[in-house]
Design a protein around this ligand. Structure first.
Ligand code: PEP
Length: 256
C-alpha cells in the first residue's frame, strides 16, 4: 500500500514570522490526521523555525530547491548537506525552476543524485507545457523528463514524483481527474519498464496544478494518484487542512 501524501509548496511566500504563524495555526489539526504524509515546504529561511515548531508531531518538512555540490564557492546556494540536517524532503525540477532559472534535465538529475546521496527524499516534478499538451506530446515529454532526471539512478525507494502539467500550475485551470490519472498511469508504466513492476507499484506519484479544497476529491479518488503537490491553496490553513482531511477519508475508503 502506498501511503498518500499531500505536500504544500509555499513558493516565495511568507516571512519567517508569517510561516511560524501559519504552521502554529495548522499544527494541532494537521498532527491529528493519520494515514497521510503531510509535508510543508516553506522558504529556506523558515525551515529552522518551522522544524522547531513541528518537533514531536507527525508533520514533515521539505525544502523547495537544492544545489548539487556539498560545499564551496557557490554564493547564495543551499547545499544537500545543509538541508539533510533540517528536513526530510526536497522539491526538485519544479516547472518554475525549469522556466525562470533555466534548469535543464542534466541539472535536475545532478540535484536528484545529490539529494539521494545525503538521504533527502526528492519530490521530482515533471509535466508538459500547454503547447506540448495541445500538440498531443504529453507522453513524449514526460518520458524524456523521466529519462534525463533519473539517469544513472537505480534506487527509487526514497523518491516521490509529482506530475504537474505546467498549464495547470497557478492558473486555476486544473487538469481533470481522468486526464491526470491517465498520465500518472503512463508514468508508472515507464517506471515499470525501467525499474520493474514492484518498484513502480511502490512509487508514490502525486498530481499538482491548481488543487483546491473544492477539486481535491476528484484527483485523490483516482487509483493512480497518491496525493497532491499543492501551491496556492497550501497558504490557507483551512484549505490545506480540508485537502488533507479529504485525502485521508477517500484513501481510507478506497483501501477497504
Ligand atoms: C505548485 O507550486 O507545484 C503548484 C501546483 O501550484 P498551484 O497549486 O498554485 O497550481
Amino acid at each position: 500500500m502506498r501511503v498518500p501524501m499531500i505536500a504544500g509548496n509555499w513558493k516565495m511566500n511568507t516571512t519567517v514570522s508569517e510561516a511560524v504563524g501559519l504552521v502554529s495555526e495548522m499544527r494541532p489539526e494537521l498532527d491529528a490526521i493519520d494515514n497521510v504524509d503531510k509535508v510543508i515546504c516553506p522558504p529556506f529561511i523558515s525551515l529552522a523555525a518551522v522544524r522547531e515548531l513541528i518537533k514531536g508531531s507527525s508533520i514533515k518538512l521539505g525544502a523547495q530547491n537544492i544545489y548539487f555540490e556539498d560545499k564551496g564557492a557557490y554564493t547564495g546556494e543551499i547545499s544537500p548537506l545543509m538541508l539533510a540536517d533540517l528536513c526530510e524532503f526536497v522539491i526538485i525540477g519544479h516547472s518554475e525552476r525549469r522556466q525562470y532559472f533555466n534548469e535543464s534535465g542534466e541539472i535536475i538529475n545532478r540535484k536528484v543524485q545529490a539529494a539521494l546521496r545525503v538521504g533527502l527524499k526528492p519530490i521530482l516534478c515533471i509535466g508538459e507545457r500547454l503547447e506540448e499538451n495541445e500538440a498531443g506530446r504529453t507522453e513524449e515529454v514526460v518520458t524524456e523528463q523521466l529519462r534525463s532526471s533519473l539517469a544513472n539512478i537505480d534506487y527509487l525507494t526514497d523518491l516521490v514524483i509529482a506530475y504537474e502539467p505546467v498549464w495547470a500550475i497557478g492558473t486555476g485551470k486544473a487538469a481533470t481527474g481522468k486526464q491526470a490519472n491517465e498520465t500518472i498511469g503512463f508514468i508508472r508504466q515507464i517506471i515499470s519498464e525501467k525499474y520493474g513492476k514492484r518498484i513502480a507499484q511502490d512509487l508514490r506519484i502525486l498530481y499538482g496544478g491548481s488543487v483546491t479544497a473544492d477539486n481535491a476529491a476528484e484527483f485523490i479518488s483516482q487509483p493512480e494518484i497518491d496525493g497532491a503537490l499543492v501551491g496556492g491553496a497550501s497558504l490557507n490553513a483551512n484549505e490545506f487542512l480540508s485537502i488533507i482531511r479529504q485525502t485521508a477519508e477517500i484513501k481510507r475508503r478506497l483501501s477497504v
